[in-house]
Design a protein around this ligand. Structure first.
Ligand SMILES: NC(=O)c1ccc[n+]([C@@H]2O[C@H](COP(=O)([O-])OP(=O)(O)OC[C@H]3O[C@@H](n4cnc5c(N)ncnc54)[C@H](OP(=O)(O)O)[C@@H]3O)[C@@H](O)[C@H]2O)c1
Length: 473
């Protein structure tokens, strides 16, 4: 259980403070974590009053039902909340003072899927959210101008968990962990059918999520072409897949996907086979902590995670079968950044690997939407997805501290690959297009203010990528 405690003092009468705070239908006015609250019977507030809340947890909008279970006028209110992923017991005590009213708030929160590790990690994040709510209440009751000072306080003395809470991960991002996978899985039905004779081109199949996806797709009898940069590694994976699944249809093509000349060469080879591609999976990717240039003079995050994906897809689009599918592996990290169409190569300011990665991954989400529109007349669907936080060699190398901190919460590569395989196999994967998926469900692409892009920026992204590529054509 996570226990949150906070106290505020407001220069307001006890009567006003009690009436305002105990009526939960006001909560979305002061708690930034609440999207909406509807009272069952708005006329009366007292024991038995019920409220339906929609909360804001990162990209998720979980629902909760609250009920007042104890109501002592001008003294104490206790509310019980029940949701799918957690329950809460909120106790609010009001005390008259010389100058106004003291509010002591305690929330006891229990997560359905929680163990001690998860609670330890979530505790500072929840406290951060709780503090914001109390600051909001104080502001609402008094019009406190000092709110921005409070915000500054939240920033000081920050731990890694605070950093995550501020910059990327609301408690709802818990859904990115293995608990999110396990929770979501309870609602799934396995899609029927196989991928027999479906030609699938998969990048990054030699490690982590891509490797797990390759095994699963081969099990489903697909005809696989793995694009890899390391021949030895690729041949080992090829042999293992054939041995384990008994599916002999696993080919290899060698290319470094940060190099446009390599992409040009393999896409030519693929076109020469005259086999149409049923499913293209752009999974290869990496987060680079240092800004480096490729041998072609491009910044490596941009080249690997955005331009390479764009170029490969554009080169292979005419090889795609009617009704084909394209699956782009993006990342939840993209939520933290807006695309900067004028600085795609991360030249300005000090280079920050996580930021550059997030921008490139946002670019992939934008391209997904643009391709969905452009390929619709050929019946090709295009998807972007977030695999969740997955324990892979890639994440261990690029984010060692994060890997250590959340190690026990990470998904297995198979869990991370699940939505890729599901998008390849399921009916929905052939019906919906242009969306961003996590755990077999589409999610919003913009969560934080000012991270969305305009139509003009989308078009500029397309144009700027094409302009960069003109050197390599
Ligand atoms: N792990 C996570 O928590 C997480 C979260 C969100 C998104 N993702 C995304 O998921 C995808 C897979 O990541 P992962 O965690 O499974 O990482 P990984 O274990 O490092 O695997 C990455 C794969 O991409 C290949 N690759 C990287 N750069 C390449 C290049 N220039 N040319 C050709 N192949 C290249 C790697 O080849 P080698 O084997 O030769 O290195 C490897 O097969 C990436 O797009 C990543 O951004 C991962």
């Amino acid at each position: 259980m996570i226990i949150l405690k906070a106290s505020i003092h407001v220069k307001r009468s006890l009567a006003f403070t009690f009436r305002y705070t105990s009526d939960f239908s006001h909560i979305q006015d002061w708690d930034p974590g609440v999207v909406s609250c509807v009272a069952h019977n708005p006329e009366v507030v007292g024991k038995g009053s019920q409220y339906d809340l929609v909360l804001k947890f990162g990209p998720f909008r979980p629902k909760m039902k609250y009920e007042i279970i104890e109501y002592e006028p001008y003294s104490r209110v206790v509310l019980k909340g029940e949701g799918d992923s957690f329950s809460a017991m909120d106790t609010i005590i009001f005390t008259k003072t010389d100058k106004g009213t003291q509010i002591d708030y305690q929330a006891d929160i229990r997560f359905a899927a929680a163990g001690k590790t998860i609670e330890r990690i979530l505790s500072p994040v929840m406290k951060h959210v709780g503090k914001k709510a109390m600051a909001g209440l104080e502001h609402k009751l008094t019009g406190n101008k000092g709110l921005s000072e409070k915000k500054k306080c939240f920033k000081s003395g920050s731990s890694l968990a605070d950093y995550i809470a501020d910059h990327a991960v609301f408690p709802g991002m818990l859904m990115f962990s293995r608990f999110g996978y396990e929770f979501s899985k309870r609602f799934w039905l396995e899609p029927a059918g196989t991928l027999y004779r479906k030609n699938i081109v998969l990048t990054g199949g030699t490690s982590g999520i891509g490797k797990a996806a390759a095994f699963k797709l081969a099990e489903k009898k697909a005809f696989l072409t793995l694009i890899a940069r390391n021949r030895q590694k690729a041949e080992q994976v090829q042999q293992k897949i054939i041995q384990k699944t008994g599916n002999p249809h696993v080919d290899i093509l060698i290319a470094d996907l940060s190099l446009m000349q390599d992409i040009k060469a393999i896409s030519r080879k693929i076109a020469e086979t005259k086999k149409s591609i049923d499913i293209l999976i752009n999974n290869a990717g990496a987060l680079f902590n240092e800004r480096k240039m490729t041998s072609e003079g491009l910044e490596q995050t941009f080249a690997t995670d955005l331009l390479g994906v764009f170029y490969l897809t554009q080169r292979l689009k005419d090889c795609m079968a009617e009704g084909g599918r394209i699956i782009n592996v993006s990342s939840g990290g993209m939520y933290t950044q807006k695309i900067d169409v004028d600085d795609l190569e991360n030249k300005s300011g000090e280079y920050n690997g996580a930021k550059a990665y997030a921008r490139a991954k946002r670019g992939v989400v934008i391209l997904t939407r643009l391709w969905a529109e452009r390929f619709a007349d050929k019946g090709i669907t295009v998807h972007s997805m977030h695999p969740g936080w997955v324990d892979t060699p890639g994440i261990e190398k690029s984010l060692p501290e994060f890997h250590q901190l959340v190690n026990r919460m990470l998904r297995t590569p198979e869990q991370g690959a699940d939505t890729i395989v599901w998008l390849a196999l399921s009916k929905k994967g052939g019906q919906c297009s242009g969306l961003f998926w996590l755990d077999r469900r589409p999610h919003e692409t913009v969560v934080f203010p000012k991270t969305g892009e305009s139509e003009r920026e989308r078009q500029l992204l397309w144009e700027n990528l094409n302009n960069t590529l003109s050197e390599f054509k």
